[in-house]
Design a protein around this ligand. Structure first.
Ligand SMILES: NC(=O)c1ccc[n+]([C@@H]2O[C@H](COP(=O)([O-])OP(=O)(O)OC[C@H]3O[C@@H](n4cnc5c(N)ncnc54)[C@H](O)[C@@H]3O)[C@@H](O)[C@H]2O)c1
Length: 361
């Protein structure tokens, strides 16, 4: 039995009712760990993820409905845990532009509350932080060309490998600033205080349990609109390219980072689908049309603040350090998500009180 398995203390997942958090909590509880799901349930619909976790894992899920800005409450949960996965956040660029102070307080103050609780412990608890590729800014200086499959860098090395961790940090939008600041605090607490902390800078993650909206979670949002026969609005020209990663692969990376924390503490890794899972918004819509068997009406609106025309992560550092396996190809992953939404709708039709995309399975 490994040391992790012998240690019966729970694992804390902040934002554990959210999309990625609930998938992490599910994996950890499935491996036999007790999991504190700490979440303010402020994202619409996520309560159903919590109900799903409890239905699957019973008493292994310890529910704490609270805010990460409550230093006392988050401190108690963090001090009792054998590891912390910190995902609770204000997650949308749009909302951060409406209310930068709220965004700052959740993303920066909330993260500092977690770090401070761990700093006071005699032996440091591993902590993994969910950061974002937005810490690299809009990459406006990268020369791009537009081909059949969207924008790609003129530089052949960059086009082949994607953006690495050596790219200078440049925080755009209040969300970029707050997540970037938290990312740097997490790294600095390893440097200044010897915390066993590491950062995963994620590209677009998609998959089951995602409450996708126009503001955040666009792969799920596109699918939901297409399945409902509704138009999709593309901000910009739709040729922007992203590397997308299925949530099960993201969860594997988080768990691997925890298990290897003594080798990776103090480091930040890009985590995304990488060059083989790079897709333009328009190409994704075409694939969705094929999956749902009907055309989707596209509408266009202005580019949004901080929007990158191209972002594809170079994932070589994470692949090597975390010994990650092959990633699920995006076409398969999106087809799997479409199937999940369809089943979920079928279940909802049979039980109308059940909210969309949240059925227990
Ligand atoms: N999904 C992606 O593609 C992506 C990409 C880059 C980074 N991230 C980061 O990953 C993390 C998880 O994102 P997600 O897509 O699962 O989003 P999500 O909105 O589904 O999950 C976030 C959870 O945090 C909770 N929360 C919000 N404010 C809180 C607060 N003050 N106190 C306690 N809980 C609070 C919400 O209720 C929600 O359940 C976030 O930190 C996000 O910034 C996500």
């Amino acid at each position: 039995m490994s040391d992790d398995a012998k240690d019966t203390r729970p694992i804390l997942v902040t934002g554990g009712a959210g999309f990625i958090g609930s998938n992490i909590a599910d994996r950890l509880a499935g491996e036999g760990h007790d999991v504190i799901v700490y979440d303010a349930l402020s994202r619409e619909g996520v309560k159903t993820n919590l109900d799903w976790l409890r239905a699957r894992h019973g008493a292994k899920i310890i529910e704490v409905v609270a805010d990460v800005r409550d230093a006392g409450e988050i401190g108690r949960a963090a001090r009792e845990a054998k590891a912390v996965f910190h995902l609770a956040a204000q997650v949308a660029v749009t909302t951060s532009l409406d209310d930068p102070l709220e965004d700052f307080s959740i993303n920066v103050e909330g993260t500092l509350n977690v770090l401070e609780a761990l700093r006071s412990l005699p032996s440091p608890t591993p902590v993994l932080f969910a950061s974002t590729n937005k810490v690299y800014g809009d990459l406006a200086d990268v020369a791009l060309e537009r081909g059949e499959h969207g924008y790609s860098p003129v530089d052949p090395d960059l086009a082949r490998s994607g953006v690495g961790e050596n790219r200078p940090l440049e925080f755009h939008t209040p969300y970029g600033c707050s997540k970037g600041a938290a990312d740097q605090y997490v790294l600095d607490y390893a440097r200044s205080f010897g915390l066993r902390s590491a950062v995963l800078r994620m590209s677009c993650i998609y998959g089951q349990r995602q409450m996708g909206t126009e503001d955040q979670g666009w792969v799920a949002h596109f699918l939901l609109r297409a399945l409902a026969g509704q138009p999709i609005t593309l901000f910009g020209d739709g040729h922007q390219v992203r590397d997308i990663l299925e949530v099960a692969d993201a969860v594997s990376a988080y768990v691997a980072a925890w298990k290897r924390i003594d080798h990776i503490a103090g480091r930040a890794f890009n985590l995304g689908g990488g060059p083989t899972n790079a897709v333009s918004l328009r190409t994704l819509v075409e694939h969705i049309e094929a999956l749902v068997g009907q055309d989707v009406e596209l509408r266009f609106a202005d580019w949004r603040a901080g929007d990158q025309r191209y972002f594809v992560a170079n994932t070589q550092a994470a692949d090597a350090a975390l010994e990650l396996g092959p990633k699920r190809p995006w076409r398969d992953g999106v087809a799997r998500l479409a199937e999940w939404f369809r089943d979920d709708r079928a279940l909802r039709a049979a039980s109308p009180s059940r909210p969309l995309a949240a059925a227990a399975r």
